[in-house]
Design a protein around this ligand. Structure first.
Ligand code: NDP
Length: 253
């Protein structure tokens, strides 16, 4: 099968799995973190699970990217740097810093994440470094690049800052939950997810590729229902949960 056809099938797979995940996650939250529960088979320590499930994203991207005929060009290299900035942090720094106590993650969710990350990273790298050259030097002057990169960096900063606030709610070794306050938590329950969504919308705009837009769609489909589940979860457990705080979009949702 030729590679362009494989790329197309991969895109369809990402969009379809995003749609299925969205509907499923509205009713059944993914069973990790506060929504973890028995009955999902064997488990791994959560810290190890994060490293193993995220590793295919920087790895597959680097391998597919390096094999492309545009791998040495400036704009594709800028995209490589952005991708690795996000995924090296997520794969190696986030799990090291997290305060997960003895928490464990089902192998099923780890395997699903591995499959998603391998396919998604390969598609995004392929879109940038292979085939017709969209990202010439002229792309540097295209407003989509400036707007997209600005959104990507703003979303990344919001995601990191919000994850840091969550992390500091626990002392080392603790695994309980408190109401997060400060930063974008003034407005929403899940500012880390909001940041992540803005980041990948920025990526889609900056790269202007079908793979980028498919990934942004998947991220929204995956994280919006989880933000709603987190929001309900806090309201059920904390009578003093700030009533004006929305789930994901300030003042709206
Ligand atoms: P959560 O917000 O559920 O948890 C983040 C970390 O903070 C976990 O270690 C969690 O512990 C801890 N935590 C959360 N709330 C509290 C609280 N109230 N009190 C104390 N500790 C708390 O995020 P996820 O684990 O779902 O995701 C982690 C990162 O990965 C995020 O940045 C997210 O954006 C990203 N992500 C991206 C996805 C994508 O589709 N691109 C998919 C999934 C995640 P515990 O685990 O014990 O609950």
């Amino acid at each position: 099968m030729d590679v362009d056809r494989l790329y197309l099938y991969g895109l369809v797979g990402i969009v379809l799995s995003g749609a299925v995940a969205f509907l499923a996650l509205l009713f059944v939250p993914a069973p990790y973190g506060r929504h973890a529960r028995a009955g999902w088979g064997p488990t791994l320590p959560t810290r190890l699970a994060w490293v193993v499930q995220e590793l295919p994203a920087p790895l597959c991207f680097a391998i597919v990217f390096a094999r492309g005929e545009h791998a040495g060009r400036l704009v594709p290299l800028l995209f490589l740097a952005l991708w690795q900035l996000h995924y090296l942090q997520r794969t190696f720094v986030f799990p090291l810093l997290m305060r997960a106590g003895q928490r464990r993650t089902p192998l099923t969710t780890v395997l699903l994440a591995i499959a998603f990350n391998a396919v998604n990273a390969s598609l995004n790298a392929y879109a940038i470094s292979h085939g017709a050259l969209r990202h010439t030097q002229a792309w540097l002057a295209d407003p989509r690049l400036a707007v997209g990169v600005a959104l990507f960096l703003a979303g990344w900063a919001a995601n990191l800052h919000s994850d840091a606030i969550l992390r500091h709610l626990r002392k080392p070794g603790e695994a309980g939950y408190r109401i997060p306050r400060g930063g974008l938590f003034r407005y929403v329950t899940a500012p880390n997810y909001l940041g992540e969504i803005v980041e990948w919308i920025g990526w889609a705009i900056a790269t202007w590729t079908a793979a980028g837009f498919a990934f942004a769609f998947f991220t929204i489909a995956n994280l919006a229902p989880r933000a709603l589940s987190h929001h309900r979860w806090y309201h059920e457990r904390f009578p003093d949960y700030p009533p004006e705080r929305r789930a994901l979009i300030p003042f709206v949702l």
